[in-house]
Design a protein around this ligand. Structure first.
Ligand code: ADP
Length: 425
């Protein structure tokens, strides 16, 4: 039996553990370690009830083979712990026979796991088990085993253990509340980001829409007759702004497709210089101020890739090179061959990117607050999409840059074949 001094020390130790543990699991492990040691026990386990599954699961244990013990799912009423949990009353089993009898109703699966968990260990001689109850709610059970001597424990120990179990239950209840609070905070943060995103996108879309609406209204005004050149200029602007809107919507759709894991690659041998030239010409048609040069060596090998997706990567990089080089300049698309991969790069002479932003460029919705003096329309999705595509080909993508001097985006594609079709998880 424990002396009063010992009991006080145990309670103090428990209070210390509860006050200092950061995580529920860590707290349960420490509590169990303390109880097994201070009560001179050989083994013990803390089980918590999972209401959705209607079973008890081991959350912390000492003196067992832990892996099989964690596989046990005890129904209320099953074995000692299940029974004590169901009845809500602590009990002392003081002989090996009463212990074996109380464990007789274990399901075959649980029995097998329990046998494995106690393989090579001595049989218990006495067992103390107490339910964990907070208020009206049963949340689990605590079991302690002595494997050396029967009658090692008495009813006073049981009374003390009941109080200890109440303290543990209180601590677990508080930890649950803390976890719930954190989950609520995480949810509200996610909602905040979503709201912010919607407002950003609404703004991004309003800019081209306002311009389309303005020029269309002007063209429709009957009292003003615009010259054919002006009309053509207005229509040109409307056309460009429609492209901007289309790109934004396309990015958004693509991003949700990638999130949902439906990106299918149709791999085939690709003539990369030709693909790069095609995309470059397309972009050059849209932006006449920039000079785009495509530079690939003559012996550039065929690359196994999905041509539409790689064209999309190149288009995103070239679009950015144009968007973020407001003072025009030279843009170079270059291909280089390495022993087991190719490197394709897009470099510009634009505004550049500060070192602290380089690592975040490929995060979804990350956009640098533009220092361009005018608002640049974008979704912050082009680079994350490019990364998903490149990585699903087995390549890498990264950027190097100097503020005010320009940026180079690189991506690699492996040589040597990827197989016919690959799906991204
Ligand atoms: P978006 O261009 O739609 O904003 P991206 O994901 O393509 O989204 O790019 C993310 C951010 O990275 C951009 O907002 C821009 O700040 C920066 N960025 C991308 N490419 C360049 C570039 N070539 N030069 C300078 N900044 C760039």
């Amino acid at each position: 039996m424990l002396t009063a001094d010992q009991q006080v020390l145990i309670v103090l130790e428990i209070a210390k553990i509860v006050a200092t543990s950061q995580k529920l699991e860590e707290m349960l492990e420490n509590l169990l370690l303390c109880l097994v040691g201070e009560l001179d026990m050989d083994a013990g386990a803390l089980l918590l009830y999972e209401p959705g599954e209607d079973h008890l699961v081991v959350k912390a244990a000492r003196g067992y083979h832990i892996a099989p013990l964690r596989e046990i799912r005890l129904a209320p009423g099953e074995a000692i712990t299940g029974r004590i949990f169901q009845r809500g009353i602590a009990e002392l089993y003081n002989t090996p026979e009463t212990i074996a009898e109380a464990r007789a109703n274990m399901s075959p699966h649980n029995r097998e796991m329990f046998i494995r968990a106690t393989e090579g260990l001595a049989q218990p001689q006495s067992v103390l088990c107490a339910p964990l109850i907070t208020g009206q709610t049963k949340i689990g059970a605590l079991i302690l085993e002595n494997r050396r001597a029967p009658d090692h424990l008495d009813s006073l120990d049981l009374t003390f253990l009941k109080h200890v179990a109440d303290l543990v239950a209180l601590a677990v209840g508080n930890a649950y509340l803390r976890e719930e609070l954190q989950a609520v905070q995480a949810l509200s943060e996610a909602n905040r980001l979503k709201a912010e995103l919607i407002s950003t996108l609404a703004h991004e879309m309003r800019t081209p829409l306002t311009s389309i609406k303005g020029y269309t209204t002007a063209l429709l005004m009957e009292e003003t007759a615009f010259s054919p050149e002006t009309q053509r200029e207005f229509l040109q602007i409307i056309d460009e702004e429609c492209d901007v809107l289309q790109d934004l919507i396309h990015d958004l759709l693509e991003s949700s497709v990638i999130d949902a894991g439906f990106l299918k690659l149709e791999i085939q041998p690709v003539v990369m210089p030709r693909l790069a030239r095609m995309v470059a010409e397309d972009i050059a048609r849209r932006s006449r101020q920039h000079r785009i040069v495509v530079d690939f060596p003559d012996d550039f090998p065929l690359v196994d890739a999905d041509p539409d997706r790689i064209a999309q990567v190149l288009r995103n990089l070239l679009d950015n090179a144009v968007k973020y080089s407001p003072n025009s300049g030279l843009i170079v698309v270059r291909g280089e061959v390495r022993p087991d991969h190719v490197v394709i790069s897009v470099s510009d002479q634009g505004v550049g990117i500060a070192p602290e932003h380089l690592s975040r460029l490929f995060e979804k919705f990350f956009r640098i607050k533009s220092g361009l003096g005018r608002h640049v329309v974008g979704s912050g999705l082009g680079l994350p999409i490019a990364r998903t595509i490149v990585e699903s080909h087995g390549g890498h993508i990264w950027a190097e840059s100097q503020v005010g001097k320009g940026s180079t985006f690189y991506f690699t594609l492996p040589l040597g074949g990827l197989g016919q079709e690959k799906e991204v998880e």
